[in-house]
Structures are given as structure tokens and as C-alpha cells.
Design a protein around this ligand. Structure first.
Ligand code: ADP
Ligand code: MG
Length: 582
């Protein structure tokens, strides 16, 4: 993948001024580093080898100058350290916000494929080291460039021949760095993927801890985890191997240069063309020239990690939501929605390419109609319903709301118009009040309480330790399945959508909660177009129309009585259930 440099740099934009100051500090720090050995050279060569009677005051003056320079250097370095890192951290935080916001916009088909743990990795670990890259990247380039050029010029003045000899080694160093750089980058990417897998494993296992324990499968989970953890370990070993090879081959070359300089330099001293003070200065500066080559091509491990982090960041940022507003989408104010739904020759398959779930399906649901969808599990009932709010896009054909193709309606207003109560209820961490308000963020407390009353939830909420302000979820009170369902129904009452989908809303409940919830659902359905999916056929007897959906599509429709009379799939299903409940 080409490195998206432009995008990478764009994150500096809000902090340009501050960062330029940081860079100026980097130049000051490097400049002082270059000057100090020159002063040492001046002392050893000019002062101490000259008239010793006047040497001492000179040494004091130079000492004072060094102190001033060092003070300036350290103040600049403080600013560089502090503000530089701050700039990096801010940029990283901006990107983290952007990534999270982008993930929120992606479509269901994306979340079907990705593991939550992997996604968490990208938001947390991957971006962690970017601040180092953003801060140190340009700063180090500049610092090393100043040092390299400065050192080269100084060395050249001291001994041009020796400088050229040392310089000849540099391309070798550069090529080696580039080579290892590439392998190291690959190893790091693998590292990141593997730690993502470890996270995914933790996420999966801990979310399902009830299932784990109820099957007594802790050992199995431990094994699975340790396999992932081992894979991660292997990839780290590989990385450290590359790193160690890299470091040590570079060191070898550096030592080679140093030894060559010492030998040639000493020979020159013997030939009287060079002196000892010069050789020492030369050795002091030679590192200033070598180090940048090694760093500039390699950029330390942190930078590598930052770069892989950025690449993984861009992988997600480059994904377009598969379902988005069309350019000419029209908003559909909820008050104006009638709730007429039409499926015209709809074909649908999931992106995993496993054949059509719905094939050439057509159905017309009138405004305010109360219909039931029944059929064997896996027939596509849930899929059918998820096409209405455009959770997925039809592969072929069209879905209309009030005669308008759902693709032409502004996505947010489309989804506002549809309320869904499912079997699995997700409540967020926070209070009950906040959870119900999720249905309509501008609702008053009073409206929320009314919605809870409508959902038969008010009484049990009032019995909780802090009433509506009781914290629920991970670190709060646990609600029973039926109570959770009632909170979720209150949410939909508050949302007040003209179209309602009840997908097995009472399926996992005991008889008692079921009857309380059925009552509130019937109330909820009043005046709305409603689609009910239920496997307990007793709950849908009074639907205006019952649609029987099987793998072959819609095979029957009619009222309960007419379907029983026609003695088809429905009457079969019904009598089987009836026998079971006897
Ligand atoms: P029902 O609600 O009638 O039980 P679904 O609509 O849930 O059936 O599923 C219909 C078919 O689509 C099933 O074969 C199921 O495996 C498949 N399916 C459901 N959801 C997905 C998904 N997110 N990705 C891929 N296949 C899916
Ligand atoms: Mg279903």
C-alpha cells in the first residue's frame, strides 16, 4: 500500500504554529550539539597548546559560553519534549474521534464481518504510538539533517580525505537500513493483527461467559485463548529477531567505519599530515554523520509502529458505508409518514454470497395494517424486516415506503419512522431514564415517564433503588429479560414511529411477562403499520393478515381462520404447536 502522505500530514493542520515552534527548538538543540565539540577542540588545540599563562581566563570564558549554550539547549529541549508530545497526543486523539465516528457510520454488512475485539484494537492500540510518530517524525528528520550537514562540513574542514572515505560507507548503511526496514514493517503489521485476534478472543469469551460456565467449558476457552496468545508471541519473536539483526548489522558497519577512521587517521599522524586533537574531534563528529543515515531510513521502532498504526487506521477510514444517503435523498418528516409498505420483486442475498434469502418477493402492506409474518426459522423473516429501514440494501427489486423507494428517502428520517422491538434487547450503561430517552433525545422527563407507563414499566422502575435514576448494565442493577424488554418498548413509545416491527419480541419470555408485554405491545401497535414476527402462533391470531414465509417465499396469506380452512402450511404449523402445548 502506498503511504497516504497527504492525509497523514493533514492532521498537523490545527497545530501548525505550535509545531513550527517545536521544530525551531529542534534546530536549536541540534545546533548546540554541533558547536560544543568545536569548543572542546578550540580548548585542546588552540588554548592548551598555546601560551599557558593566558590560558586559564580563556578557558573560563569558554566554560561560561558552554554553560549559556547548554542552558539554551535544555530550555529548548524542554519545550520540544513537552509541547512536541502534546501536539502528537492531540493529533492522535483527533484521529481516534474520527475513527470512532466513521465506524458509527459504517453499515451492518461491515459489522457482520469484523470482530469487535479487532475494532477495539484499532481504536486503542493502533493509534497509541501515532503521537510518537507525529511528534518525533519531522522533528527527528530536521534534527538529524542539521547534524548530518553540520558534521559533514566540519569534518570536511578538518580532513577532507578521511571524510570522503567515511562517506563511502554510507550508501551501504542506507541500503541495509531500507532492506531491514521493509521486513520489520511487515513483522509489525502481523503483530498488530495478532494482538487484535487476542483482543477479539477476550471479547468473545467474556461476553459469552454465561455460556462458558454453564457448559463448564472454561478449559476450552483457556486453550483457545492460549492458542491466540501463542500466535501473538510467535509474531513478536519474529519481530525481535528482525530487529536484533537490523541493529547489529548496522552496528557492525558503524564500527567498521570507526576502525577505518582510526587506522587511516593514525597513519596520517605518523605521516605528520594530521594531529591527535584533530583525530579526536573527527571521531566525535563521525557519529553525528552516521547516526542520521541509520535513523532517517529506519526511524526507530516506535515510528514503524506509528506508521503501521496509521495504515490500519486508513484501512477503516477508506471504507465507505455500503448504505448511505443518495445525493438527492429527500427527508421524510415523521408526521407525514402514512406507513404504507410495498415490496416489489425483491431479491436479497447477504454479502457472504450464500445464495438468495429472498427471491422475487412482492408484498403490499396497507397503511395501518397489522400483519403477522410466520414461517420456519431461517426463512428470512428478520431479513425481510431489515430491508425496510435499509439495514441492508436489496440486491434487486425495490422496497417502497408511502410509494417512495426507501433508497430515495433521507436515511435518518427513514429510520426515525420505523420502530423495532427485538428479542435481544441492548441497554446501554447508564440510568433507566437515559436508556428510555434513547428513543427521543429531546423528550422531557414527563414524556419518558408516560412512555414507561404505556410500556407497563413504570411500576417496576419505581421499585428499583433509585427509580428512574437507577444505573443499569455492567456496573449497575441487573434487569430481568422481561424488564429489559419493557424498557425497550418504552423507548419505542417515546420514539412514536408510524411503522412498527416486532421481531420475536416476546419469544424468550415466560408466560407471565409475556402477557404483560403483549398488552403493552398491542397498545403500541395502535394506529401504526405493524409487522409482527412470532413463533408462538397464539400471539398472532388476531392479525388482520398472516403471511406465511418459507424458503420458497410467500406461500400463503390470509386471516387465521381462512388459513386454517385451506389446510396448508399454516394449519400444519398451528396444529403441531397446538399439540405441543396440550
Ligand atoms: P428468520 O428471521 O426467518 O429466522 P433470518 O432472516 O434471520 O431468518 O435468516 C435468513 C437466512 O439468512 C438464514 O439462512 C441466515 O443464516 C441468513 N442470515 C441472516 N443474517 C445474516 C447475516 N448477517 N449475514 C449472512 N447471512 C445471514
Ligand atoms: Mg429472525
Amino acid at each position: 500500500m502506498d503511504f497516504p502522505m497527504k492525509k497523514f500530514l493533514s492532521y498537523y493542520r490545527p497545530y501548525v504554529k505550535l509545531y513550527l515552534t517545536v521544530l525551531a527548538c529542534a534546530v536549536i538543540v541540534s545546533g548546540v550539539t554541533l558547536v560544543l565539540p568545536l569548543l572542546v577542540r578550540y580548548i585542546t588545540k588552540n588554548v592548551l597548546e598555546g601560551d599557558l599563562s593566558i590560558a586559564l581566563p580563556k578557558v573560563y570564558w569558554i566554560g561560561a559560553l558552554m554553560l549559556v549554550l547548554v542552558a539554551i539547549q535544555n530550555i529548548a529541549n524542554y519545550f520540544l519534549d513537552f509541547k512536541g508530545h502534546e501536539v502528537g497526543a492531540r493529533m492522535e486523539s483527533d484521529m481516534r474521534n474520527e475513527l470512532f465516528a466513521h465506524m458509527q457510520k459504517l453499515s451492518f454488512s461491515f459489522f457482520d464481518k469484523e470482530k469487535t475485539g479487532q475494532l477495539m484494537s484499532r481504536i486503542t492500540n493502533d493509534l497509541l504510538l501515532l503521537s510518537e510518530l507525529y511528534h518525533h517524525g519531522p522533528e527527528d528528520y530536521l534534527k538529524y539533517l542539521v547534524r548530518f550537514i553540520g558534521a559533514f562540513v566540519i569534518l570536511f574542514f578538518i580532513n577532507s580525505q578521511l571524510t570522503i572515505v567515511a562517506f563511502c560507507f554510507l550508501p551501504l548503511l542506507g541500503a541495509l537500513s531500507l532492506y531491514f526496514n521493509k521486513i520489520e514493517n511487515k513483522a509489525l503489521r502481523r503483530n498488530k493483527e495478532r494482538i487484535g485476534d487476542v483482543n477479539a478472543q477476550v471479547e468473545d469469551s467474556l461476553s459469552g461467559i454465561r455460556a462458558v460456565k454453564s457448559f463448564g467449558n472454561e478449559h476450552y476457552e483457556i486453550e483457545k485463548f492460549s492458542r491466540e496468545n501463542n500466535r501473538f508471541l510467535e509474531s513478536r519473536k519474529e519481530f525481535y529477531n528482525v530487529e536484533a539483526k537490523f541493529y547489529n548489522s548496522v552496528q557492525t558497519i558503524i564500527q567498521l567505519i570507526t576502525i577505518t577512521v582510526i587506522i587511516i587517521g593514525s597513519a596520517s599522524i605518523v605521516n605528520n599530515s594530521f594531529d591527535l586533537a584533530d583525530l579526536i574531534t573527527f571521531l566525535l563528529y563521525i557519529n553525528y554523520m552516521i547516526e542520521p543515515i541509520q535513523k532517517l531510513t529506519h526511524m526507530s521502532t516506535q515510528f514503524q509502529e506509528g506508521i503501521t498504526g496509521f495504515q490500519r487506521f486508513m484501512e477503516i477510514m477508506n471504507l465507505k458505508p455500503s448504505i448511505e444517503n443518495q445525493p438527492n435523498a429527500v427527508p421524510l418528516p415523521m408526521e407525514e409518514v402514512l406507513g404504507e409498505i410495498e415490496f416489489n420483486n425483491v431479491f436479497f442475498r447477504y454479502e457472504d454470497n450464500s445464495g438468495y434469502v429472498l427471491e422475487n418477493l412482492s408484498l403490499h402492506i396497507r397503511t395501518g395494517e397489522y400483519i403477522a409474518l410466520v414461517g420456519p426459522s431461517g426463512a428470512g423473516k428478520t431479513t425481510f424486516c431489515s430491508l425496510i429501514p435499509r439495514f441492508y440494501e436489496v440486491t434487486n427489486g425495490e422496497v417502497l415506503l408511502d410509494g417512495k423507494n426507501v433508497r430515495s428517502i433521507d436515511l435518518q428520517s427513514l429510520r426515525k419512522a420505523i420502530g423495532i422491538v427485538q428479542q435481544d434487547v441492548y441497554l446501554f450503561g447508564g440510568t433507566i431514564l437515559e436508556n428510555i430517552r434513547y428513543g427521543n433525545s429531546s423528550a422531557s422527563d414527563e414524556e419518558i415517564i408516560n412512555a414507561a407507563k404505556d410500556a407497563n414499566a413504570h411500576d417496576f422502575i419505581m421499585n428499583l433503588p433509585n427509580g428512574y435514576h437507577t444505573i443499569i448494565g455492567q456496573r449497575g442493577v441487573r434487569l430481568s429479560g422481561g424488564q429489559k424488554q419493557r424498557v425497550s418498548i418504552a423507548r419505542v413509545f417515546l420514539k412514536n414511529p408510524p411503522v412498527l416491527i416486532l421481531d420475536e419480541a416476546t419469544s424468550s419470555l415466560d408466560n407471565e411477562s409475556e402477557s404483560i408485554i403483549k398488552e403493552s405491545l398491542e397498545k403500541l401497535a395502535k394506529g401504526r403499520t405493524t409487522i409482527v414476527i412470532a413463533h408462538r402462533l397464539s400471539t398472532i391470531r388476531n392479525a388482520q393478515r398472516i403471511i406465511v414465509l418459507t424458503e420458497d417465499g410467500i406461500v400463503e396469506q390470509g386471516t387465521h381462520n381462512s388459513l386454517l380452512e385451506s389446510n396448508g402450511v399454516y394449519s400444519n404449523l398451528y396444529s403441531r404447536q397446538f399439540e405441543l402445548t396440550l
